[in-house]
Design a protein around this ligand. Structure first.
Ligand code: BT5
Length: 324
């Protein structure tokens, strides 16, 4: 079963290339050495390269470029986030699976990750391109103590967490475009989708979807995205370890969510403003029923975008697509 296989993998990682005794694991679980050897073969089929030293055991040569539980968890420094990960080679949308898991009582910080999504979605059911093995397509189930009215602020909390993770991983300062886009050089690198399961006065779960373009080359993007999207690899020039980046995102997300719950939106607002490319700019806000143009003053203490219109009046924008 997969518990033993995960334990084997964990020990191989922890040993950092030193041999791990198959006999010892076999004894611990009351299994035969052949059973352990079968798990080794399964891991090799999944792309791990594992060597054998007679009488000493197995050692890890190389792990595959996969964002599975073991690869992500070896980098994790969090208390809760990512302690439980459900991993898929492919799925329709990690949001859909996360909603089901949340309904079934999944714990705070549960993460759904997929190598590929066949029906990845953005806001208002727009399609989200999620090619296999190149990006981070994940949904995190968060159970904070918040009212439904506060939930949109979680998009901004997540945007700050993702931007800090990109900064640590690559040294690049990305821009946050209110409310849910992260851009580098004006092109979209990450989109955030915040969905809710809620009672009238208390959030039950926030399903936070993060889609990040990491190792795509130009030809991995559909034509319609060439002008507006890019990947970290295209910006930095070399591939990025997605598993490590996921661990960093989860680390900052846990930190900032906790900060937000304890101290309110104030500290997040300060961080957010440091990364925003919207403040001070003349922008167009396209909403469901109208489009307005004005100068972005910044965000309010509630995370609402404040726009100064040409007649001098000030409008609070709760949800819109912004063009700068
Ligand atoms: C978003 O929506 O930006 C939120 C995207 C959230 C995706 C994640 S992936 C994990 C989880 N599971 C899901 O099914 N979804 C979440 P929005 O602001 O509405 O932007 C959508 C628009 O971004 C599309 O209409 C395209 O123009 C563009 N787009 C689509 N795929 C893209 C990509 N891979 N990179 C950059 N832009 C993209």
């Amino acid at each position: 079963n997969s518990i033993v296989k995960n334990e084997l993998l964990k020990r191989l990682f922890e040993a950092e290339g030193e041999p791990v005794s198959g006999q010892e694991i076999a004894d611990h679980y009351g299994l035969s050495r052949t059973a352990i050897w079968k798990y080794v073969k399964e891991l090799e089929e999944e792309g791990y390269e594992i060597g054998t030293i007679r009488k000493k055991g197995y050692f890890l040569i190389k792990s595959p470029d996969r964002v599975n539980e073991a690869n992500v968890q070896k980098y994790l420094t969090t208390k809760n986030y990512g302690k439980y990960i459900r991993y898929f080679e492919t799925c329709s949308s990690t949001q859909i699976i996360a909603h089901e898991e949340a309904q079934n009582g999944a714990l705070d910080g549960t993460v759904i990750i997929s190598e590929e999504q066949t029906a990845g979605k953005g806001r208002m059911a727009r399609p989200w391109s999620s090619v296999s093995g190149k990006g981070i397509w994940m949904s995190i189930i968060i159970r904070p103590t918040l009212t439904p009215q506060q939930a949109p602020q979680m998009t901004l909390v997540a945007a700050v967490a993702v931007t800090r993770a990109i900064q640590e991983m690559t040294g690049i300062d990305a821009d946050i475009k209110w409310p849910n886009d992260i851009l580098i050089g004006g092109k979209k690198i990450t989109g955030i989708l915040t969905e809710l399961q809620s009672d009238p006065d208390q959030v039950k779960a926030i399903i936070l979807g993060i889609g990040m373009n990491v190792n795509q080359d130009e030809e991995d993007f559909p034509d319609e995205l060439h002008a507006i999207a890019t990947s970290l690899k295209r910006v930095v020039g070399n591939p990025i370890d997605r598993a490590q980046l996921i661990a960093k995102i989860l680390g900052f997300l846990e930190l900032y969510t906790e900060m937000y719950e304890k101290h309110g939106f104030g500290p997040i607002k300060i961080l957010w403003e440091g990364f925003s490319n919207t403040t001070g700019k003349r922008i167009r806000a396209v909403m469901l029923n109208e489009t307005i143009v004005g100068t972005a003053l910044g965000i309010s203490n509630e995370g609402v975008l404040e726009l100064k219109l040409d007649d001098g009046s000030i409008r609070g924008i709760y949800s819109a697509d912004i063009t700068i």
